[in-house]
Ligand binder design. Structure first.
Ligand code: GLA
Length: 751
């Protein structure tokens, strides 16, 4: 069913719904916007009065003198404001020039329209045709300050998704300071939820962390100037009993790449307030008379069928309503990246043999990583000098690129446009272009400073210097890196009460450059990166169709990283490369087979020097790449199912299935080998119950090449026992099993 928003003028209730979900809000007699219900689709009864529970409780403050029952402390609201009788965290705090921070927003008007609102200068969800979404705009006014607040709610056809954002307009005569702004505020009637969020650090991004809600406040976020390795701007609230395939879950994603905060407050009456938005620690915005400020968008996803369904909704939403332009739903190329093969130590000749050998393996795109510009031979110089390194490329890049093209490979290049080394021409010429506190020495991170992208001259300069490179050689792919967190966020061009704007202005500048580049070169595939996965978020995915998932390329660590990432992000967005063994990050030895079978579940690539491969390894990679290409659409856009979690088990199992459900690929990975172990059987998902499927394994197994019905595979399961379930592996037809091994299974309909 199409998305629709109905307004009942009698009860003043808005019913935002589609075939699967309902979101009910009401304007009360005092002009406040109340939250009535969010969840599975319901039929409209017309009367939801009973949902607004108010009581006269000791210690409450009344909002109106004639109603002792009317205190915001007990009312579920859409936009709780500062200085009201609600003592919980407000979603909005705007201070007037006389210091008054109490607000009194009252409903003024509404507008319902087909389609989706755009947000100027910021990434946002979108629809291809207007009847795929319906949007409600609610206008509220604060008579004392002249502040106008527009709340936006968009619902999408057949997806359990709502997009929310807030716009603030100063229609008064004095400056207003926005001190807190949460585009998401959801007041839920109970607190029997668990929170799941994706947390970690460099090299171990987006590990799944779970805990129950407790009375009081829980919060996480980023103050690093990027969404960060530490906490992803995504989390889930799930009912305590909900699991992968059952129960209610609500997902919250921020379409933003800078600082953020998420707060969950359980009050004394066991109601839960959920918020996601700007981090007040580092954000504050001066809104001058006549100006407006639009917040980034929050995406709310709902499922009553468990985490798998929630992820599926998000994956298809991201592929259809966030990722846009030429690479939307397009197959991504198999690439080879020079970083782990050479780091900074390469020249034209080395790269050409590297590319030739990669081509023989079936690679489609060659990516020249860091080290091609200025006189860059280590990470402490030349960042910012976007001119070709003449020592490494005496003939410019032209010769390399034309040779690469002549063998049939695409050409990709690494850039880190937001940064500068002190030892660079750019910094020597423009020391005032970096972010730094006045009269203090700026602090270094990875030997670099952060350029002030809030300054449009800086953005334009970087754009021009990159275009000069891109125009000379045709570029098919960009790896856009960002390798340090932001600390010195001060801009000498701004006044003392505007310094809280620096980080948001910075991110707007980053988005601006992304937009300029993708408008000039619409077919370039951009992969964002921030020391691996330090900026993996929906803001980035709007501009860059894929993200480098992590600098850790060890297949076993990647199980947790890719599994965790899949809660919120589709496989089409995750860069996954095969690197060497022992691995460069953790020295772990893992077979090439396992490394390949892990990298399949993402955007496959290589991060090694093919010259150093044995003939057997080359054969495995050639076959592997051929297999990936044949099944690439399914790997990148098929439905992904998590079957066994690396956070809970020694075995990780996952699978993808094509849209027509006729074929799929799964893989089971074992961390440590076991001895005399139990038999293993795993129930598959997403198949046609009546159809017959042939299942083939990537190891020798007595179960190889058998035919099953979908029903059988889903209800009884597929046997994934290996040699550890019996000593005589050779006699009973298994390959020998070992630590860090994998079994790929290929499922194909057998007509
Ligand atoms: C970051 C990236 C790496 C590589 C290096 C180059 O760390 O995450 O993949 O590109 O920068 O300096």
């Amino acid at each position: 069913m199409v998305a629709e928003i109905l307004y009942d003028s009698q009860s003043r209730v808005f019913h935002i719904s589609n075939s699967v979900m309902s979101y009910l809000i009401q304007v009360d007699g005092n002009g406040k916007i109340l939250q009535l219900y969010f969840g599975e689709k319901i039929c409209l009864s017309g009367n939801f009065k009973h949902l607004v529970e108010k009581s006269k409780r000791p210690m409450s403050i009344y909002e109106t003198t004639d109603d002792e029952f009317y205190s915001y402390e007990h009312i579920k609201q859409e936009i709780p404001e500062s200085g009201s009788s609600d003592f919980r965290i407000p979603a909005i705090k705007v201070r007037q020039s006389n210091g008054d921070y109490s607000m009194d927003l009252k409903y003024y008007s509404y507008r319902i329209f087909n389609g989706k609102n755009k947000i100027e200068k910021l990434p946002h969800s979108y629809v291809s045709v207007s009847d795929e979404a319906c949007t409600l705009e609610l206008k509220l006014k604060d008579a004392h300050s002249g502040l106008i607040v527009n709340l936006y709610y968009s619902v999408f056809s057949d997806r359990s998704v709502i997009a929310r954002s807030i716009e603030l307009v100063n229609s008064g005569k004095e400056n207003l300071m926005i001190e807190r702004l949460m585009p998401l505020n959801l007041d839920l009637p109970t607190s029997d939820y668990e929170i799941i969020h994706l947390s970690g650090a460099w090299g171990r991004e987006r590990h799944i962390k779970k805990n129950s809600l407790h009375s009081g406040m829980q919060s996480f976020g980023s103050t690093r100037g990027h969404s960060s390795h530490n906490h992803n701007p995504f989390f889930i609230l799930k009912k305590e009993k909900a699991d992968e395939y059952n129960g209610e879950c609500i997902g919250f994603s921020f379409v933003y790449s800078g600082d953020f905060t998420s707060c969950i407050e359980v009050d004394s009456y066991s109601t839960t307030r959920v918020q996601l938005g700007m981090n007040s620690e580092t954000f504050c915005w001066k809104l001058k008379p006549g100006e407006h400020f639009h917040s980034p968008e929050v995406i709310i996803t709902h499922s009553s069928k468990g985490l798998s369904d929630l992820s599926y909704t998000l994956h298809s939403f991201i592929n259809e309503n966030i990722i846009n332009g030429y690479w939307k739903k397009r197959e991504r190329p198999v690439k080879i990246n020079s970083w782990e093969a050479f780091y900074f130590d390469f020249d034209e000749e080395k790269l050409l043999t590297f590319a030739n050998k990669a081509k023989e393996l079936g690679v489609e795109l060659f990516v020249l990583d860091d080290g091609w510009f200025g006189d860059r031979s280590s990470d402490d110089k030349s960042l910012g000098d976007w001119i070709v390194n003449r020592e490494k490329f005496p003939n410019g890049l032209d010769k390399l690129v034309s040779s690469i093209r002549s063998i049939g490979l695409g050409f990709g290049i690494w850039i880190e446009p937001e940064m500068v080394n002190p030892n660079s021409r750019l910094y020597r010429e423009h020391p005032d272009w970096i972010l730094k506190f006045p009269n203090k020495k700026p602090k270094l991170g990875r030997n670099q400073y952060v350029l002030n992208f809030g300054n449009i001259d800086v953005v334009n300069y970087i754009f021009d210097s990159l275009c000069e490179v891109f125009d000379k050689v045709q570029v098919d792919y960009i790896k856009w890196d960002m390798n340090r967190s932001i600390l010195d966020s001060y801009d000498s061009e701004l006044l003392y009460d505007e310094q809280g704007e620096v980080r948001h202005r910075y991110i707007i500048g980053v988005y601006r450059l992304y937009k300029m580049i993708s408008q000039k070169y619409p077919k370039i595939l951009i992969e964002s990166c921030a020391s691996g996965g330090g900026r993996f978020d929906l803001g980035m995915l709007y501009y860059a169709s894929q993200t480098w998932t992590s600098d850790c390329t060890d297949a076993i660590e990647r199980l947790k990283i890719q599994y965790g990432t899949s809660l919120a992000y589709p496989l089409s967005s995750m860069g996954a490369h095969v690197s060497v063994s022992p691995n460069h990050q953790n020295n772990r030895m893992v077979s090439l087979k396992t490394r390949i079978e892990t990298a399949y579940f993402g955007n496959f690539g290589l991060e090694l020097d093919p010259n150093k491969l044995s003939e057997y390894e080359k054969l495995l990679l050639r076959e592997g790449i051929e297999f990936y290409k044949k099944n690439r659409y399914t790997f990148q856009y098929g439905r992904f199912f998590r079957l066994s979690s690396p956070f809970e088990n020694n075995d990780t199992v996952w699978m993808v299935i094509s849209e027509d459900r006729n074929h799929g690929i799964g893989s089971s990975y074992k961390v440590l080998n076991e001895i005399n172990h139990s038999y293993k059987r795993i129930k598959l998902k997403g198949l046609h119950p009546e159809k017959k499927y042939r299942v083939k394994f990537s190891i020798k197994s007595p179960f190889n090449n058998l035919i099953y019905t979908g029903d059988e595979l889903m209800k009884i399961g597929l046997s994934l026992s290996d040699a550890s379930s019996g000593q005589h592996y050779d006699k009973i037809g298994y390959d020998q099993s070992e630590d860090f091994s994998s079994i790929l299974f290929y499922i194909d309909v057998n007509e």
